[in-house]
Design a protein around this ligand. Sequence first.
Ligand SMILES: [Zn+2]
Length: 198
Amino acid sequence: MRKEPRLNCPSCHRKGRRVPAVTPLSMLNVAADTLGPMRFCRSADCDVVYFDEANSQSFTTAEVKVLVYQKDPSPARLVCYCFAHSVESLEDEVRATGTSTVPESIANNCKAGLDDCEHNNPQGACCLGNVLRVLASAGTPARSPRASVEPESERNLLAGVAKNQGVRTRREAERCAHLESAPRPAEHCCSVSKENES
Ligand SMILES: [Zn+2]
């Protein structure tokens, strides 16, 4: 009988998101044939980054080649890995100008096919939701990007930021925000393999 795949992180026990096979291969020093289907743990307070569904392997932040946005406290860590925007650079821009051109710039680059999130971003998917979280946090100092926010209020928050930042529609913002309930059409920059949702 086939064993049930492991869906939850072995350390924090929260559900991980399936990542494309190329993502952990790009982020870790491992041989391609040693990894089965892998999941990404988003928990800020958990050191595990990837774990496999076969319940035999997990990899921590120390083994990942880049600082992981969700897990590293450094302001210098990247939030957009394809176009090298750090948390710090976003916050500096907001402080200096009161706004940010980054979400629109990322969206345009994605539409032009210049992004490669599956190889560059440890989460294996588009960063725009995380960028919007950082900007929301920069505009509202009481809110931490790592703070857990109720999905509905987070959706409204992100949609509001997205509107101000030139992301065209609330639907587009929601798709980019990688909210569990949001549909993810194949033509969009955020498109990742369908099995990621399982
Ligand atoms: Zn975890």
